[in-house]
Ligand binder design. Structure first.
Ligand code: ZN
Length: 125
């Protein structure tokens, strides 16, 4: 990514790099991205989830938390009680689950939930 931005910046000035779904990037990708502001003086703004449906950090998110100059939290509300949502719940056939691969493509649906509803819906309390 760094080399691609460097080449593009030589042709035409790049003012910023925006990354969506940054949680899916690898640790190596994030380190590579960090060279863009450090060596090219171009800001990189990345958006993504902090944790997966098991409430475990994604590799890309963990590395962003380690390297980012600033972190802003985008707030959303719990699907069930309207309190602040801090977790993501995977629904398989509308049934909450916390088992399976971190990244899975299929019929699963994800909803934002608060920690209390997460525990209650998954019978963790
Ligand atoms: Zn809730």
């Amino acid at each position: 990514m760094y080399e691609k931005v460097k080449k593009e910046n030589e042709k035409e000035k790049v003012f910023a790099v925006l990354i969506d779904e940054a949680q899916f990037l690898s640790k190596k990708d994030i380190h590579n991205l960090s060279d863009i502001p450090d060596l090219l003086d171009i800001p990189v703004i990345a958006f993504g989830l902090k944790t997966d449906f098991r409430n475990e950090l994604f590799e890309g998110s963990r590395t962003l938390l380690e390297l980012a100059d600033a972190i802003d939290e985008l707030k959303t509300v719990c699907q069930f009680c309207n309190k602040k949502a801090t977790l993501n719940m995977r629904l398989h056939n509308n049934i909450p689950t916390n088992v399976g691969e971190s990244i899975q493509i299929g019929d699963e649906e994800y909803v934002p939930v608060c920690r209390k509803c997460y525990k209650e819906r998954l019978d963790l309390v």
